[in-house]
Design a protein around this ligand. Sequence first.
Ligand SMILES: NC(=O)c1ccc[n+]([C@@H]2O[C@H](COP(=O)([O-])OP(=O)(O)OC[C@H]3O[C@@H](n4cnc5c(N)ncnc54)[C@H](O)[C@@H]3O)[C@@H](O)[C@H]2O)c1
Length: 262
Amino acid sequence: MSTSRGIRVAGKKAFITGAAQGLGAASARRLAEEGARVTLADINIDGATRVAADIDAAWGAGTAWAVALDVTSEAGWIDALARADAAMGGLSVLVNNAGISRGGDIETLSLEDWKMVMSVNVDSVFLGTKHAMKYLRSNQPGSIVNISSIAGLIAGHNTPAYNASKAAVWLLSKGIGLHCAKQGVNVRSNSIHPTYIDTPILDPLRQRFGKAEADAKLGRQVPLGHIGEPADIANAVLYLASDESKFMTGAELKLDGGISAM
Ligand SMILES: NC(=O)c1ccc[n+]([C@@H]2O[C@H](COP(=O)([O-])OP(=O)(O)OC[C@H]3O[C@@H](n4cnc5c(N)ncnc54)[C@H](O)[C@@H]3O)[C@@H](O)[C@H]2O)c1
């Protein structure tokens, strides 16, 4: 077992989607490291189970749980949230992280791929928040962290579905924050907007160009000169999940190496 566990989110009970790998896994690990209990939800249940086992090995049994969830399924959400609530003894943080991209410009993208991207990236945030609210209400203060993208704020010529879906997540986050504030519920909602981060989501490009060239190509588009690391995003998730960000709602954090400053 590891020894130096932090306390920045001690007592928090977090549900993280797409947590079998990449940013979801990094966020779950970081939250657990700072004292939270975590439920890792993913369609890849084997991957989520492996990450949960790692977390338990580091911080003790009863820190992490894995649940199978397809974030496009309303029945799946209802079931997974109930399980997480029972396992963790409540739910105070929802990290809507699961997301996908599909290639194709506005003329070549199929309607099927458009709907798939919108469903995984946007229906997920709607369904997850809709059904998590009753748990978050019972475990205030709560926090909803939605992983959008810098691509939700800045468009590309060949990513229409991804751009539109991530822009939807951006404004949906704000509406959720305002709803909670209006209701007098201490549940905040914010979005995170990363640029390219070193996760398997970059695999298609890396298969085309090789890892070094692909990463260098992407890095040249970033003022800081390189792509980001999962920890760069996990630390932002940690901040938004914690009470350190208690005055922040309906806002966005851009972790883009300077891209949006240009
Ligand atoms: N890595 C980047 O460069 C980058 C940049 C900006 C935004 N993002 C966003 O960050 C989030 C995480 O991306 P990542 O880089 O870790 O991607 P990734 O592909 O490494 O991981 C995504 C995870 O989501 C899971 N998933 C996919 N569809 C699902 C579904 N229907 N139900 C449940 N789980 C599902 C996958 O099994 C996988 O574990 C995504 O929303 C992505 O759009 C990533």
